[in-house]
Design a protein. Sequence first.
Length: 97
Amino acid sequence: DKFVSETHAIRVEATASDGRRCVAVQTHQSFRSCVAQSSAEFALDLLERRRRRKEGAPWKPGVWLPEELADDAAWRPKLLRRLSSTPGTVSCEFRTL
């Protein structure tokens, strides 16, 4: 709010079928801005996949969940860099456990 400002954080922990685990923590100055920017980044990723379809990038029309967009191991680092560098990001860290 305008009196004390705002900071929000999200922690996501994922476990693979083979037991490997990863934790991601992102802190952002504004929840609204972060959600809007992240939505735009996912849409941009879909459009870029569509453009790269001729190069073999996976793309099909429809509704996608974020984890489905990150299924391409070669493309995943770029998507994660985008999402972790949105304006207002205070910190972002990924760790394997």
